[in-house]
Structures are given as structure tokens and as C-alpha cells.
Design a protein around this ligand. Sequence first.
Ligand code: ATP
Ligand code: MG
Length: 251
Amino acid sequence: MLELAGVSKRFVIRHNPSLDLKVRVLALFHPRHRERWQEVWALREVDVHLERGESLGLIGPNGSGKSTLLRIMAGILLPTRGRVAVSGTVAPMLELGVGFHPELTGRENLYLSTSLFGFGRRQTDALYDRIVAFAELRDFMDAPVKTFSSGMAMRLGFAVATHLEADILLVDEVLAVGDRAFQEKCLARMSEVRARGCSIVVVTHDLDLVRRFCDRACLVVEGRIVAEGAPDEVAARYCGGGVTAEPVHAF
Ligand SMILES: Nc1ncnc2c1ncn2[C@@H]1O[C@H](COP(=O)(O)OP(=O)(O)OP(=O)(O)O)[C@@H](O)[C@H]1O
Ligand SMILES: [Mg+2]
């Protein structure tokens, strides 16, 4: 379904970039005025293989490269090196707020999201009631999304992403803002779409979710997958500390 081979991603972070011509000319003569930049390898030589109907959990410390990996899977970022092969359609539900326009209403955002996925108006009309019922937001769909709580925005995003009938669902750290009942509902929904053959990648700090839901887990540290295998074992390694970017331990 999804295959990443030797994927590396480099970001260049520019500190205090100046567009001021005077500063730029000065910089030619005075190093002090020169722009400082820093190179970050967010991912280094990552291999991922995802089967049809399989769910994979990505765990690891802040800044270790999980979201970058998911964005590369979604095709939102291109890898600096390596190869990405995806067969089928991808429904990404990335960090909260990404993909929603705050000034547009819930209804408008719903139609916008599905159209970006390639759905026509009629196709969305046919799904609309089911999506809204799942999100339990019927009374709020004509209010701008900027008036939604983060949990409400998550409900809408999750409901849309899981009703697109995509082949691959990518979920980045969003379930945490849902209340307990809705979290359970999301898990049930993910199990449902997985049972229909959808492959799922979940990025999360909720190790219980990974243990309960995922078939397999990867521990990402400093841009590398340092452990991969049964969720229990990988989560235990993460909790056990010593999360340095050493060679892969397969469980
Ligand atoms: N657009 C960007 N420009 C520059 N650097 C970036 C960009 N996006 C990510 N990075 C860097 O890449 C590294 C990995 O970031 P990423 O967001 O993938 O981490 P993460 O594992 O998702 O962390 P978290 O658990 O906090 O969500 C970080 O060092 C971050 O600073
Ligand atoms: Mg992240």
C-alpha cells in the first residue's frame, strides 16, 4: 500500500532573514550582518512498509520527525532523498487546524475538504448527513470554524477524513483533544475502516492507543526509526528510556 525507502528530509532554518537591501549589501563586507542558517535533518534513511488493512503507530519524543514522516506519506512534503511509493488514495488528517479555513463555516469547510480530495458536490451531498451526524455538530455547521472549540474542529476533520473511503488514512495527534466518549467513537470508526481494508498510520503520544489499536509500531528518535514491531514492546522500549538514535531493534 505504502512503501518508503531510504527517506531523508532536510530542512533549512533561516535565523533573522533580512529583506532589507542595506543589510544585504553590508553583509557582503561584514560577516556580523550575514544571515545565519541552520540545517536540520528531520528524517534520516527511513524505511516504512505498510500493508493493506494494517495500522501502524508512530511514537517518539517531540521534534523527532513523526509529523514530517506523515507529511511525506501524505505527499505534502517531498523527501530530500529516498523513494516514496503509494498505491491508492490518501486521506490525511494532520495537526489540528491544518486544512480548515477559520473564516468559512463548518459546512463550507466540509465541502472544501471533500473537493480537495476530488469529490464532486453531489458526492458530498450524499455523505453530508452521515459526516455531520458522526461529528455530532448538526447545530454548528453554519458557524465559522474559528468559533469551534479544538475538540469540535477535530470532530469535523476526523469525520470528513474517515468518510472519504480512502485507501490510506493518516492521523496526526488529534484524538487527544476529543472527549473520552468521542475518542472511543474514533477508535471504533478507525477499526471499522481498517476492517474494510483501509491502512492507517497514527502519530500519537498516547501509548495506550497504540497498544490497543495498532498492529505494529515504530519508535522515531532524531529522525530515525530505532525500534519497530509489536506495539507493546516498542512502547516499553520508549518508556524504558534510552531513546537514542541507535540501530534498529526489531521485536
Ligand atoms: N517546515 C519546517 N521547517 C524547518 N524545520 C522543520 C519544519 N518542520 C519540521 N521541522 C523540524 O524537523 C524536526 C522534526 O519535526 P516534526 O514536526 O516532524 O516532529 P514531531 O516528531 O512531529 O514532534 P511533535 O511530537 O512535537 O509533534 C524538528 O527539529 C523541527 O524543528
Ligand atoms: Mg508532530
